[in-house]
Design a binder for this molecule. Sequence first.
Ligand SMILES: Cc1cc2nc3c(=O)[nH]c(=O)nc-3n(C[C@H](O)[C@H](O)[C@H](O)COP(=O)(O)OP(=O)(O)OC[C@H]3O[C@@H](n4cnc5c(N)ncnc54)[C@H](O)[C@@H]3O)c2cc1C
Ligand SMILES: *[C@@H]1O[C@H](CO)[C@@H](O)[C@H](O)[C@H]1NC(C)=O
Ligand SMILES: *[C@@H]1O[C@H](CO)[C@@H](O)[C@H](O)[C@H]1NC(C)=O
Ligand SMILES: *[C@@H]1O[C@H](CO)[C@@H](O)[C@H](O)[C@H]1NC(C)=O
Length: 515
Amino acid sequence: MSRTAALSLCSFLLCSLWIGTQWGSTSKARGEEEGGQQLRYPPNKIAIIGAGIGGTSAAFFLRQKFGRDVQIDIFERGEVGGRLATVNLEGLEYEAGGSIIHPLNLHMKNFVKDLGLSVCQSQTSLTGIYNGEEFVFEESEWFIINIIKLIWKYGFNFLRMYMWVEDIMDKFMRIYRYQSFEYSFSTVESLLHAIGGNDFTHKINCTIDEIMQRAGFSQKFIHEIVTPAMRVNYGQNAKINGFVGAVSLAGTDSGLWAVEGGNKRVCSGLLYSSKAQFILGTVFSIEEKTRPRRTGSTLKLFEVSYQTASGTLSNLYDIIVIATPLDNGMSGINFLNFNPPIETFHKHYQHIVSTFIHGCINASFFGWQEPPAFSLSGILTTENSKLFVNSIGAVSPVKVEGNGTVEQAASHRIWKVFSPKSLTEEQLRLLFVSYDSVSERKWLAYPQYNPPEKCPPIILHDRMYYINAIERAASAMEMSAIAAKNVALLAHHHWYGKVDRIDQEDLHEKLKSEL
Ligand SMILES: Cc1cc2nc3c(=O)[nH]c(=O)nc-3n(C[C@H](O)[C@H](O)[C@H](O)COP(=O)(O)OP(=O)(O)OC[C@H]3O[C@@H](n4cnc5c(N)ncnc54)[C@H](O)[C@@H]3O)c2cc1C
Ligand SMILES: *[C@@H]1O[C@H](CO)[C@@H](O)[C@H](O)[C@H]1NC(C)=O
Ligand SMILES: *[C@@H]1O[C@H](CO)[C@@H](O)[C@H](O)[C@H]1NC(C)=O
Ligand SMILES: *[C@@H]1O[C@H](CO)[C@@H](O)[C@H](O)[C@H]1NC(C)=O
């Protein structure tokens, strides 16, 4: 689905503008502690739990904020990257978790630039939308034919959707400006409110379906276009909250990209450049400890206990950053001796299976009359209980060897299938006329959204922060990076008593005059 050239150009200009403002003001950070009320000693040690994009970008931003002397330890029980991971099929790697990045995701963009990584543009593919019986929409190679078809079927809903998403993106972009001026937020709601006012806080309390119907979009359009986008991006339908719904629709824009060699390389790059100490181990408890000081006062520290291959260990920290979902014991961390106790969260995460298949798709399964003419390389689906897949798309490896693109006969490609459950052999034989290799990866992928959403706190306790609270509004790489920068700023402001940069109202107006 490609948007008009004019809109892309517009986003591009907007984007250069914002990068400009962001670069202009990063050098302010150093040495401003003197301005704060409380001139304090710096923290000794900070712990981050989780080395996904949230944890590793937190390490990067914490290093920026707190300087080179603080020790930053980052704990990981699995692999660096977390939900950014690749699978191997026939000797090549494919993106199995978070795969596409929006051109206006500025933190991701800057990471890639700072780390000297390269990007791959996502290839344009011809997409069809299948409803379980037939294709309700098929993209053509001809731009003008697509436009005519879309207007014929959906009137101006498409154009209006792009304008609607554009408007939300414009507001969303404000966060970068706030963060470049060091403003931080103590709750997800106040962050949303600062960028988009009541309209944004309201968005997490309504479904994308309700919001778009109220905005005048047709039910047919929501069913045939919006729902398939929710299914491919979040494995759910149009009952997800309006904010994550809008994030998902932005994923139909053009100019989407990924990191060459795999998105997880951003995580290992950030880990390296932040000079954080990586600890391979599973954190099983965090306990608040009180220690007497020489002066007679007391010092509060956190004891992190973790299991490694060589046994159980524990360390003391001044500040803790949790960078993994805590819901339903997913991370297995027990909070001991906290007063008041740390709340428990019970959001379910969506089971999603990504399966990679080298094979020849069975066009007649999709009701295609003349299989040789099957030209689609992406199949999205509407909601239909008899469908066992959410989407199917031809994919390229994260790194192309040699100097050319990989030769793939249209009929015999690598396909990535998203489904709620593992595909059975019988299902594979329905989807493919023939296939060679299959590789699957199971995920607890993102929250199951059902508005109204009540976001968990970002501040779990004095000096203990929770990055993944933001996932309740929307889960995406850039959201984790934004939340990580917010937490780094918040931790810094709390530590040095700079309350004037926390939860400020009317920032948009306030910053209008600043350059
Ligand atoms: C299939 C799929 C497709 C997606 N597609 C996209 C996409 O196209 N674009 C996009 O922007 N986003 C996408 N996402 C979402 C995106 O991947 C996530 O929002 C993001 O990667 C979350 O990063 P995180 O660092 O917050 O969490 P995670 O990546 O989950 O990192 C948490 C880390 O903490 C570790 N951990 C947990 N508990 C402990 C413990 N007790 N001790 C030590 N370590 C622990 C885990 O092993 C993990 O590595 C997708 C996700 C999935 C699953
Ligand atoms: C959204 O819903 C939550 C939980 O039901 C409620 O606490 C909050 O006030 C609501 N916010 C808005 C803006 O409606
Ligand atoms: C292809 O799909 C058709 C229609 O669902 C099915 O009858 C057939 O068994 C499938 N497999 C092959 C190899 O054609
Ligand atoms: C590289 O490109 C040249 C010319 O386009 C081609 O002849 C050669 O086979 C390519 N090499 C590889 C490894 O793809």
